[in-house]
Design a protein around this ligand. Structure first.
Ligand code: PMP
Length: 403
């Protein structure tokens, strides 16, 4: 991959902050956008904009084609069987809330159990807690080793006749651990239990095949995979989505409405109430085209190499503690240095033009497990370079000497 050429596709990467070249290492929070994605948004507003699905006129039909074409692009990208299985949402958080609401309504009764892992993002914990408060369900937690690997035996032991659903992140946004979701799904299926995978940190970095994983539900956000904010996806196997009630009412999700009785639209529209973000879905498709052209396997290999290099360089810093040392990791490194508070380190790195994230990363239960309040997190993309990693290392050394 020609990284310098790729960087030219991302105008923001050539800006400066505080007079220093920007080093953007906050890709786990959101990724930057290539020009083709931003252009797609402007072009559609300038030349195609019209509400989708309900118009007979030219523009509405063209906008509908772009929107439904985007659904096909997503289907292909994650290798779903059918576009009926691709529900557009606002993002991972809404995808999980949709499932919690619909699955909860259809299948969860008092005393039923949902399994989550200790390394889940709050978005995959709180929706289940809300259900616990409303319906009296029980949340069971998969523990992990100190290195940040889920304990598969302990996981297998959590199943019983009340287990209804497993929710697990594909890649941890803090530890970087790539969880063995295929094996975990097989274990759940052996107990007749479906699995939701939170793919927010996986889809941007590796080829994901929902059929090969045999995932029942899979959620991700457009903005973390070089697409726009406000668009996400819930993949669901048709046989499951068919059995779930609608999430919200109104707009595209109906077939016929009378005051006596309303019937619902077919999949996936049953779950898409109101005007969808059709500009966003089209722009997301352009982002997926962009990364597909680079090749997800090439992206994965480059980011792995960069993360290996960064891990090695960071380890050479005195007082460095890295959280998450699973053998199979994504491009995320969480760390603390000596007694320096994560917030101070992040703030001082910012002054050097280096954007990292600090804090609990929306994973407070994981912080409790690790016995810390927060970390500094550097998360990489294919547009990052070893020189930028060197800048980070030099920056940390500088801050360390200040303390
Ligand atoms: N799950 C994981 C693993 C994440 O990293 C994030 C974003 N930090 C989310 C869920 C939530 O994504 P969003 O805010 O786009 O809904």
């Amino acid at each position: 991959m020609d990284i310098q050429k790729i960087r030219e596709d991302f105008p923001i990467l050539s800006r400066t902050v505080y007079g220093k070249p920007l080093v953007y290492f906050d890709n786990g929070a959101t990724t930057q956008k290539p020009r083709c994605v931003v252009d797609a948004i402007a072009e559609e507003y300038y030349s195609v904009n019209a509400n989708v699905h309900r118009g007979v006129h030219f523009l509405s039909q063209q906008a509908t084609e772009l929107h439904e074409g985007a659904r096909e692009t997503v289907r292909k990208f994650i290798n779903a069987r059918s576009t009926s299985e691709i529900v557009f949402t606002r993002g991972t958080t809404e995808s999980i809330n949709l499932l919690a609401s619909s699955f909860g309504e259809a299948f969860l009764r008092e005393g039923d159990e949902v399994i989550v892992s200790v390394m889940e993002h709050h978005s995959d914990i709180v929706p289940w807690q809300l259900l616990r408060d409303r319906r009296g369900i029980v949340i069971r937690v998969i523990p992990m080793t100190d290195r940040g690997e889920l304990l598969t035996d302990a996981y297998a032991a959590l199943f019983n006749e009340r287990t209804r659903l497993v929710c697990v992140t594909h890649v941890s946004n803090v530890l970087g651990t790539v969880n063995p979701v295929r094996e975990m799904i097989a274990t759940a299926h052996a107990h007749g239990v479906p699995v939701l995978v939170d793919g927010a940190q996986a889809v941007p970095h590796m080829a994901v095949d929902v059929q090969a994983l045999d995932a029942d539900f899979y959620a991700f956000s457009g903005h973390k995979v070089y697409g726009p904010t406000g668009v996400g996806v819930l993949y669901g196997k048709e046989e499951w989505l068919d059995r779930l009630p609608p999430y919200q009412g109104g707009g595209e999700m109906i077939q016929h409405v009378s005051f006596e009785r309303t019937t619902f639209n077919e999949l996936p529209y049953k779950f898409e109430a109101g005007t969808p973000d059709y500009i966003g879905t089209h722009a997301l498709a352009r982002a997926l085209d962009y990364v597909s052209a680079l090749g997800m396997d090439q992206i994965d290999a480059y980011e792995q190499e960069l993360t290996r290099y960064a891990t090695e360089r960071l380890r050479s810093i005195e007082g460095m503690r890295i959280f998450g040392e699973a053998p199979h990791k994504g491009s995320v490194i969480s760390f603390l240095v000596g007694n320096i508070h994560h917030f101070d380190l992040g703030t001082l790195l910012d002054r050097l033009g280096i954007a990292v994230r600090t804090g609990h990363h929306c994973a407070q239960p994981l912080m409790q497990r690790l016995g810390i309040e927060g970390t500094v997190r550097a998360s990489f993309s294919f547009y990052n370079t070893k020189e930028e990693v060197d800048t980070l290392v030099a920056g940390i050394e500088r801050v360390r000497h200040m303390f």
